[in-house]
Design a binder for this molecule. Structure first.
Ligand SMILES: [Zn+2]
Length: 233
C-alpha cells in the first residue's frame, strides 16, 4: 500500500484500486491512498470514495498493523479490484498541515521535553515538561510569528534508522516514535530551525501557516504545561 501523502501532502484526489474490504468493520483498504491515517497526534483524514457513481463517506482513516483503512459509512455494492476515486476533505486536512507545522516550530522554540500533543481543526496543543513554569506566552507567540514570516522551507529526508540510534540528540521527541519505512526514518526539516523524525503532513513553507495565536497555557499536573495554539482561517 502506497502512502501518497508521504511524497506529496498536497494531493487531494486520486484514482486507485480496492485492495481489501472488511464488511463487518466497514473498512476499506486501497492500493494507494492520499488519506492520512490517524497517528502522531494528527487526526485521520475524512472525505469521500467514489465507486460506480456511488459516493461513500469516509468518516476516519486509521492504521491497523501497518495497513491503512478507510472507515466508511456504508459498504454496499462495492467489490474487490474495482477502480475507486478518493477525495479528501481538503479544508480540514490543510488546516491540520498548518497546525502540525506550527507545532514543530513551537517545539523548536521551547527547549523542554515534549510530553504530549494533539492536532485539531480549531486548536492544537503541545504539552511540555515545565516544572518551574518558565514558558512565557507572549514571548513564544512573538518568536513563532517571526519564524512564520521568515519563509522557511519544509523538506524531507529519509535516513537509516541506525543513524538515528547513533545520534539520538537530533530527536526532539514529539512524544511518539516515528514510523519506520524499510529500516528508514523520515526526517522533517524546517530550514535551519527544526529537524525531527515525523510521519505526518506539513506545509511547504512556514509562510503558509499564517498568524499564530497562543491560546490558553494550562497547568496539567506537576510536570505538564499545555500550550494551545489557534490559527487564522
Ligand atoms: Zn510533523
Amino acid at each position: 500500500m502506497i502512502k501518497i501523502y508521504e511524497n506529496d501532502a498536497y494531493i487531494k484526489e486520486f484514482v486507485t484500486n480496492i485492495a481489501e474490504i472488511k464488511e463487518i468493520e466497514k473498512l476499506i483498504e486501497l492500493k494507494e491512498t492520499a488519506f492520512y491515517a490517524k497517528g502522531g497526534g494528527q487526526p485521520g483524514d475524512i472525505g469521500v470514495l467514489i465507486n460506480n457513481n456511488q459516493e461513500i463517506k469516509v468518516i476516519n482513516t486509521i492504521k491497523i498493523e501497518n495497513k491503512i483503512y478507510h472507515e466508511v459509512e456504508s459498504i454496499e455494492n462495492i467489490s474487490l479490484e474495482e477502480k475507486i476515486e478518493g477525495k479528501i476533505n481538503w479544508k480540514i486536512r490543510y488546516k491540520h498541515m498548518r497546525m502540525h507545522s506550527a507545532l514543530h516550530l513551537m517545539c523548536s522554540i521551547i527547549p523542554m521535553g515534549v510530553t504530549g500533543g494533539q492536532i485539531g481543526f480549531e486548536k492544537s496543543r503541545l504539552d511540555f515538561n515545565d516544572p518551574d513554569k518558565k514558558i512565557n506566552k507572549e514571548e513564544v507567540e512573538e518568536k513563532l510569528n517571526e519564524l512564520v514570516s521568515e519563509d522557511h522551507k519544509i523538506t524531507y529526508e529519509l535516513i537509516d534508522s541506525k543513524i538515528l540510534e547513533e545520534k539520538p540528540e537530533i530527536v526532539r521527541t514529539m512524544s511518539v516514535k516515528p514510523p519506520q519505512i524499510n529500516g528508514k526514518i523520515r526526517l522533517v526539516k524546517i530550514g535551519n530551525v527544526d529537524l525531527q523524525p515525523c510521519g505526518g503532513t506539513h506545509v511547504k513553507s512556514t509562510l503558509e501557516i499564517g498568524k499564530i495565536t497562543i491560546g490558553k497555557v494550562e497547568n496539567k499536573g506537576k510536570m505538564n504545561r499545555r500550550v494551545n495554539i489557534i490559527l487564522n482561517d
